[in-house]
Structures are given as structure tokens and as C-alpha cells.
Design a protein around this ligand. Structure first.
Ligand SMILES: Cc1ncc(C[n+]2csc(CCOP(=O)(O)OP(=O)(O)O)c2C)c(N)n1
Ligand SMILES: [Mg+2]
Length: 367
């Protein structure tokens, strides 16, 4: 008896499951013609839940005095997790460089960051590997994974991204530069800087420009600021191809990211993605972080997984409980960890240089 397996699409992790029936259709989830195998869908779901549970606990930390300020990515998990799993992770120009923003926690979790490392930053512990307790939460920095330090000053990452992309273009190979920011930030000149530097004739750069459009810049509604239908239309005069994608949908996001990365890797030219996403807890703790009624990507994926019979209600409950246990264990662990000492704020600000030897007392390294 011949068995037919239909694989409608495969991602980096794509593998069709055989459900054991003749003429079997691969198990997985779909959006329109696009498909994700069960293995990838379940992996994305777990990352999204772990990240969401961590973020919700961090919001509580901001209210209970276990931390002071929260900003993060609830509502961006579907796109961000799909991005993180497809990054070519490593150190140096052979690998992807990431210039992220403060809502990218699910990208880091997908890349393998333990939840405790964001919680350490939220609690401002000296053990925080991103900033040694000296920056806001979700302001990641990881030189082993080419994650350039995140700044709260919005959009400057778009002016820096061409720098790593120039190195990659000169170096050869297929490493790309991925830069992510919000919709309102595109009003800054840094966004134009990125388009101009990425499209210099004969010097085009492998930059994937990602705009996470949540419809808000703190309290300014998108429609009161932008007259264009889509932000990717800004790339058209520069010849930058682009796509608008439903960032709440991990299937659509996965494939749009895959297409965008393939373009940048092989053509060594820029590409723009605009992900329409939700902002589930307002801008930050400064606006009270109230829950909004925007569509919730975790709920939407769970409905798809149930419909596809890949998970049932009990299975989903168990994954949420495991995530909560992981987060609570992290909270307990960090209580035992040291806080930064007075004076630590000036350490590790700049890489050691010749100038430091001449002016050892001056941390800026400037005469
Ligand atoms: C250069 C600069 N200007 C203003 C601010 C204050 N600020 C912080 S977040 C923000 C809005 C950002 O909106 P958007 O780019 O859409 O990102 P979102 O927070 O919605 O993800 C502003 C104006 C800042 N941090 N940096
Ligand atoms: Mg926004």
C-alpha cells in the first residue's frame, strides 16, 4: 500500500508528521495556504506562553516593589517567537546581528535566553547578564548572539544597523542584520537613515527592517500621525521590497519572516516587514499597564491548536502551570542574588582601550 505524505511547507524546523493513515495529510496548523508542522507550532506556543507568563509576573513586580518600571512585549509574542527561531544565531559577521527594541522578549526566549535573565534585569540584580542591573527590563545585550545593546532612546537602532550590515557585506557569507522598532519611531530621521544607507547604489546592504505596528506611540494614535496606508510604502521609492503581515498569527509571521530573511541572505539587499500587532498592557508601567481588549495571539494560537487536535484544554493548562512554576522559581532564586554596589554604575561602560591606560581614573576614556 502506498502512503502519501503531503508537506505543504517546511520551515527551518519543518518536518511533516505522519498520522499513520493512507493518504495522510501532514499534521500541523494552517492560515490560508500557509502551514506549520505540529512540532514547530507546539514549540512556538510554549515559547509564547513562557514569555507571556514572565511578562505578566514582571508587571506585578512593578506594582509590588520587587521592581520599579516595566516595559515589554505582551501582544508581540507570535511574531517575535517566529523571528527568534529563524535567526542564524552566533557571534561575528557570519551570523545575524540583532538590533532589537524593548518589546522583543519572545525573540530572546526563542533564541534560548532563560526567563530568569529578564527577571534579573527587572529586579535590577548585579547578576543580570544584559546590564548588571543598570537598565530597564527587556533591554537585552548579548555579544555571543550578536544582540546589540537595546536602548530606550527609540529608533537609534535603525541608524546603527547599517554599520553591522556593512561589515557583513564586506565579510561575505550569508549573515544578515535584523533591526526592529515600533511604528511611531519610524517618524524619526533614523528610519530614513537606515533606508538611505541600505540602498546606496552598488553598496546595498542585507538589512531586514522590521516595524512592529501596534497602532500607538505611547498615547498618540497611529492614525493621527501617519497618512500612509502602510509603513512599508515608505520603502518603495528606495526600491525596498516589503510585506505587511498579521503579527498576531505565528503561521503568517513565520512565512513572511522566512521570505524576508531569504531575500536579505541571498540578494544581500534590504527588505521591510510591517507586523500588525496588539499592545496588550498599554505602553509601560508608567501608564498603569492595564489589560486592553486587543486580540490576544496566545489565545488565538491555542484555539488553532485545539481545532487541529494538537493540544486539549488540559494540555494547555499544564503548559501555563509549568511556565508559572519556572517564573516563581526564578523569583525565589533572584532573592538570594546580590544587588549592584554603589560605584558599579561606571564599570563596563566602554570596552577597554589604549586611552584607559593613559587616563585610568576617567571611565569615559576621554582626556
Ligand atoms: C528619541 C526618543 N524620543 C522620545 C522617546 C519617548 N518615547 C518612548 S517610547 C515612545 C513611543 C514609541 O512608540 P513606537 O515606536 O510605536 O513603539 P511602541 O512603544 O509602540 O512599541 C516614545 C515617544 C524616546 N524614548 N526616545
Ligand atoms: Mg507603537
Amino acid at each position: 500500500m502506498s502512503r502519501e505524505k503531503t508537506v505543504r511547507a517546511t520551515g527551518k524546523h519543518g518536518r511533516a508528521a505522519d498520522n499513520g493513515h493512507a493518504g495522510a495529510v501532514a499534521e500541523g496548523i494552517n492560515t490560508g495556504d500557509e502551514y506549520l508542522p505540529a512540532e514547530v507550532a507546539l514549540q512556538l506556543h510554549r515559547i509564547m506562553v513562557r514569555t507571556r507568563v514572565m511578562e505578566e509576573r514582571m508587571i506585578k513586580m512593578s506594582k509590588s516593589g520587587e521592581g520599579y518600571f516595566w516595559i515589554g512585549g505582551p501582544g508581540e509574542e507570535a511574531f517575535n517567537a517566529a523571528l527568534g527561531l529563524q535567526v542564524k544565531k552566533g557571534r561575528g559577521p557570519d551570523y545575524d546581528y540583532l538590533h532589537l527594541h524593548y518589546r522583543n522578549s519572545a525573540t530572546m526566549v526563542a533564541m534560548g535566553m532563560p526567563l530568569i535573565d529578564d527577571i534579573r534585569q527587572m529586579a535590577m540584580k548585579a547578576t543580570d547578564p544584559n546590564s548588571r542591573g543598570r537598565n530597564f527590563p527587556s533591554h537585552f545585550a548579548c555579544s555571543d548572539w550578536n544582540v546589540v545593546p537595546i536602548s530606550s532612546v527609540i529608533e537609534n537602532q535603525f541608524a546603527m544597523a547599517p554599520g553591522t550590515a556593512i561589515v557583513q557585506k564586506r565579510h561575505g557569507g550569508d549573515g544578515i542584520t535584523i533591526v526592529v522598532g515600533g511604528d511611531a519611531g519610524t517618524a524619526e530621521g533614523d528610519f530614513a537613515t537606515c533606508m538611505i544607507w541600505s540602498t546606496r547604489p552598488g553598496n546595498e546592504l542585507p538589512v531586514l527592517m522590521v516595524v512592529m505596528n501596534n497602532g500607538w506611540g505611547i498615547s498618540t494614535a497611529h492614525d493621527t500621525q501617519h497618512s500612509l496606508k502602510a509603513i512599508i510604502d515608505r520603502g518603495k521609492p528606495f526600491g525596498i521590497p516589503g510585506e505587511v503581515v498579521d503579527g498576531n498569527d505565528p503561521v503568517a509571521s513565520w512565512h513572511a519572516i522566512q521570505r524576508a530573511m531569504a531575500h536579505c541572505r541571498s540578494e544581500r539587499r534590504p527588505y521591510m516587514l510591517e507586523a500588525r500587532v496588539s499592545r496588550l498592557y498599554g505602553h509601560s508601567s508608567s501608564s498603569g499597564a492595564p489589560r486592553s481588549n486587543d486580540p490576544d495571539c496566545v489565545d488565538m494560537l491555542e484555539k488553532k491548536l485545539i481545532d487541529a487536535e494538537l493540544l486539549d484544554r488540559n494540555g494547555i493548562k499544564k503548559i501555563h502551570e509549568e511556565a508559572s512554576a519556572e517564573v516563581e522559581a526564578a523569583l525565589e532564586q533572584i532573592q538570594k542574588e546580590p544587588n549592584p554596589e554603589p560605584g558599579d554604575e561606571e564599570k563596563f561602560t566602554y570596552a577597554p582601550s589604549e586611552v584607559d591606560r593613559v587616563y585610568p581614573e576617567d571611565y569615559t576614556g576621554l582626556p
